[in-house]
Write a protein that binds this ligand. Structure first.
Ligand code: SAM
Length: 244
C-alpha cells in the first residue's frame, strides 16, 4: 500500500508535493489555508493541467510558486531567467508578477511541455513577456557569456533543471546576474536525501542526483561573491545574493 502521499507508481498524488515537512496534513493545511485561496485562477488552471501529466511531480509546487511570486515583486524584478520550464507553473507566476515591460528568458531542453501550458499564458495576455529558448541550458548560457551583452543584467534567475550542471551554471550565472540580484537553485535538499545514510534505500534517480546536489551545497557557501540562504520551501531552494 502506498504511503507518504505517494500513489502506487511512486509519485505523489498531490501535484508538486515536494514538501519537506514531516506531516502531509500540515503541508495540506498550508495549501488550504494560505495558498489555494489566493492562487490566481489561471495558475489554478495551469496546476490542474499539470496534474494530468505523468511527470507532474516535476512542477514547482503552489506554495513555492506563491513565495517566488512575492519575492519577484519585493525585489522589483524586471529582467529574469528560468532554467527548466516544464509546463510553466513558475513561468506563469513570473509573467503575472513582473511589470508590463518585464521579461523572462525561459529555457527548456524541448518545447513540448512548454506548449501544453502556453495557451493559458496567452489567454491572460502575458506571453509577450517570454522569450523561450529550446535546448540544453549550458551551451545557451555559454553563448550568452561569450556575447558579453548580458553581463550583470538579470535581477532574478531561477535554476530548476540540469542538477548535474549547477556548478557549471553558477560559473556563468554569477556573471549574468546583477550585483544585488538573486539566483535561486531549486531542489537543493533533494527529497531530504542529502542527509540519508548510505544504507537507506533511495529511489534510483534520487540516489543518482544526490551527489550532484551535495557538491553545490558545499561550494556555494564558500563563494565570497554571494550571500546565501537555503530554505526548506518545496524541495529546498538556495538563494544566492550577488554581492560582488
Ligand atoms: N520550473 C518548472 C516549473 O515551474 O514547473 C519545473 C522544471 S522541471 C523540474 C525541469 C525541466 O527542465 C523539465 O521540463 C526538463 O525537460 C528540463 N530540462 C532538463 N534538463 C535540462 C537542461 N539541461 N537544459 C534545459 N532544460 C532541461
Amino acid at each position: 500500500m502506498a504511503t507518504n502521499g505517494e500513489n502506487q507508481n511512486g509519485r505523489h498524488q498531490e501535484v508538486g508535493h515536494k514538501s519537506l515537512l514531516q506531516s502531509d496534513a500540515l503541508y495540506q493545511y498550508i495549501l488550504d489555508t494560505s495558498v489555494y485561496p489566493k492562487e490566481p485562477e489561471p495558475m489554478k488552471e495551469l496546476r490542474e493541467i499539470t496534474a494530468k501529466h505523468p511527470w507532474n511531480i516535476m512542477t514547482t509546487s503552489a506554495d513555492e510558486g506563491q513565495f517566488l511570486s512575492m519575492l519577484l515583486k519585493l525585489i522589483n524584478a524586471k529582467n529574469t531567467m528560468e532554467i527548466g520550464v516544464f509546463i510553466g507553473y513558475y513561468l506563469l507566476a513570473t509573467t503575472m508578477a513582473l511589470p508590463d515591460d518585464g521579461q523572462i528568458l525561459a529555457m527548456n531542453i524541448n518545447r513540448e511541455n512548454y506548449e501544453i501550458g502556453l495557451p493559458v499564458i496567452e489567454k491572460v495576455g502575458l506571453a509577450h513577456k517570454i522569450e523561450f529558448k529550446e535546448g540544453h541550458a549550458l551551451p545557451v548560457l555559454d553563448q550568452m557569456l561569450e556575447d558579453g551583452k548580458y553581463h550583470e543584467t538579470y535581477d532574478f534567475i531561477f535554476v530548476d533543471a540540469g542538477k548535474e550542471n549547477y556548478l557549471n551554471y553558477h560559473k556563468i550565472l554569477i556573471d549574468l546576474v546583477k550585483i544585488g540580484g538573486l539566483i535561486g537553485y531549486n531542489n537543493t535538499l533533494w527529497n531530504g536525501s542529502v542527509v540519508a545514510p548510505s544504507y537507506v534505500p533511495l529511489r534510483k534517480y534520487v540516489r543518482y542526483y544526490r551527489d550532484f546536489l551535495l557538491e553545490p551545497n558545499k561550494a556555494l557557501v564558500a563563494d565570497p561573491r554571494i550571500e546565501i540562504c537555503q530554505l526548506s520551501v518545496g524541495d529546498g531552494i538556495t538563494f544566492c545574493h550577488h554581492i560582488g
